[in-house]
Design a protein around this ligand. Structure first.
Ligand code: TYD
Length: 132
């Protein structure tokens, strides 16, 4: 299965600007239970550095940009998130890191489950051991 999976969000544009529509189990390929967003990230800060055992997520930069690294233990990809109409799917058991946040970056994430620290794998060696 491909590691790089984008979702194109339906949007309506007119002379006033743009409106993006996101619906659970439709545009977002799961029923959303949680959303969170990251903003005001300081220069040279990187975040993430974990994988989730079960959680599915979709990440979108609604403003600005950041660079996302996805790693499934077989391949590692590096992609800019810089469009408010394109979401990147972060599947379960995918190590992810976010780098190079622009000062205006607002990274919005939709998640399939409520917050559960027990679902995190925060050590890369632990992650590769789980993949095997
Ligand atoms: P974390 O997921 O570790 O983010 P990052 O890897 O980008 O630093 O979350 C940072 C902190 O916020 C951590 O203490 C857990 C807490 N947190 C919640 O309490 N609920 C949430 O939904 C999320 C995403 C994080």
């Amino acid at each position: 299965m491909s590691l790089l999976k984008w979702v194109d969000f339906p949007h309506i544009g007119d002379a006033r600007g743009s409106l993006v529509i996101l619906e659970g189990s439709k545009t977002i390929p799961f029923e959303m239970k949680r959303a969170y967003y990251i903003f005001g990230t300081q220069e040279s800060v990187a975040r993430g550095f974990h994988a989730h055992r079960q959680l599915q997520q979709v990440a979108v930069c609604v403003s600005g940009r950041c660079r996302m690294i996805l790693d499934d233990g077989k391949q590692r990809i590096d992609e800019w998130l810089d469009s408010p109409t394109k979401g990147l799917i972060i599947d379960a058991m995918v190590w992810h890191e976010m780098h190079d946040f622009s000062p205006d970056c607002v990274l919005l994430v939709f998640a399939s489950e409520h917050y559960d620290e027990g679902d995190y794998i925060r050590d890369y060696e632990d992650f590769t051991a789980h993949i095997k």
